[in-house]
Design a protein around this ligand. Structure first.
Ligand code: PEP
Ligand code: MN
Length: 365
């Protein structure tokens, strides 16, 4: 992956953990002014102010945003708080207008990230600009689609990039508006070194209660900031009324979150180093055992080939799966982990044996 600029290098004085707050939608100049005033009074000035100007609504007829007019109101934020501003862009025209009004940071919403045509169109509109872009995860848990949108920006020269985890649409789990999937942002950080992921508890939870718990979990996992929808009168908000909080409540929440120190920033700690050395050693052993196991699998493959047996045998698979899962559970490993591990090992075994069959000389009868 080509290098990109992290939040601290965007030239906007931002740092991780990045706190982003502001209303779901810009509604009126008075609303923007009131929110800014309360943020100041409560001593809760975020690092970056958010506001939705064009609102992607699931069904027509709801408030769809104030449009270009709202971009001018962002001057009110600059005047009262003197902080940079971010808005959502959903197509090339939005991107051009946001650049024209010198919006500091753009974000791409979940409904846009799912659509490579729209993302490419926005990328083309931004070519040659130096604006930072944050990409929300797509509606569905597809990591490649998320990475693809980041890559499309990177390919036109946008190198100030971050991602936002806002959860995934789920037909059955009604505890969340959009269910979080913590392994996905972590995997994104694994495959794209240095990619920072901001958490958006507001769109994950969809209600005021529960925001703090999700925000804390995000910090425990090592995500890099929070985007929280904030409104002076949440119940009267024109969009997402149930999930917005007042600047006062935001302050209480942020004050009680335990922001963990990223390990990278700490002095090398003897105890941690010892433990990591032990893990390195165990991983080496694990790899030796896997190597040995696959060597035996290859012998079995050879035997199956000689005796015209199929590679996959369902009764054997069932027996392996059940017995190993039971043993694993007895060793305090979760059933889900055992099943995923066994699927993964078994799939690799089947692939190896099938390759042996394909590549071997046919046996003469
Ligand atoms: C928003 O941030 O207001 C928004 C529309 O979010 P999402 O794209 O996550 O649904
Ligand atoms: Mn919203």
């Amino acid at each position: 992956m080509k290098p990109h600029k992290q939040i601290k290098d965007w030239g906007l004085g931002l740092n991780s953990p990045l706190i982003i707050a502001g209303p779901c939608s810009a509604e009126t100049p008075e609303q923007i002014e009131q929110i800014c005033k309360e943020m100041k009074e409560e001593n809760m000035v975020p690092q970056l102010f958010r506001a939705g100007i064009w609102k992607p609504r699931t069904r027509p007829g709801s408030f769809e945003g104030v449009g270009e007019e709202g971009l001018k109101w962002m001057e009110i934020v600059r005047h009262h708080l003197n902080i940079p501003i971010t808005v959502e862009v959903g197509n090339a025209a939005h991107a051009e207008l946001a650049l024209k009004h010198k919006i500091d940071v753009l974000w791409i919403g979940a409904r846009t990230t799912v659509n490579p045509f729209a993302v490419q169109e926005i990328a083309e509109a931004l070519r040659g600009s130096d604006v930072p872009v944050m990409i929300k995860n797509p509606m569905n848990p597809d990591l490649d689609l998320w990475i693809g949108a980041l890559e499309r920006m990177h390919a036109v020269g946008i190198d100030k990039l971050a991602a936002i985890h806002r959860g995934f649409s789920d037909a059955y789990d009604k505890r969340f508006r959009n269910k979080p999937n913590w392994s996905m942002p972590i995997h994104l950080k694994r495959v794209w070194t240095g990619m920072e992921v901001i958490n958006d508890p507001s769109h994950i939870v969809g209600r005021r209660d529960g925001l703090q718990e999700v925000a804390q979990r995000a910090m425990n996992f090592g995500l890099d900031g929070l985007m929280i929808e904030t409104h002076h009168d949440p119940d009267q908000a024109w969009s997402d009324a149930k999930q917005q909080v007042t600047p006062k409540r935001l302050k209480e929440m942020i004050d009680s979150i335990d922001f963990k120190e990223p390990l990278e920033n700490m002095k090398p700690d003897e105890r941690l180093q010892d433990l990591r050395r032990a893990v390195d050693h165990l991983d080496d052993q694990l790899l030796d055992i896997l190597q040995e196991r696959f060597a035996v699998i290859d012998h079995i493959g050879e035997h199956k080939r000689e005796h015209h047996l199929t590679v996959f045998q369902s009764n054997r698979w069932k027996e392996v799966m059940e017995s190993r899962t039971q043993k694993g559970v007895a060793k305090n490993l979760s059933e889900k982990f055992m099943k995923e591990l066994l699927y993964c090992i078994h799939e690799e075994s089947v692939k190896r044996q099938e390759k042996q069959l394909r590549e071997a000389e046919p046996i003469k009868k």
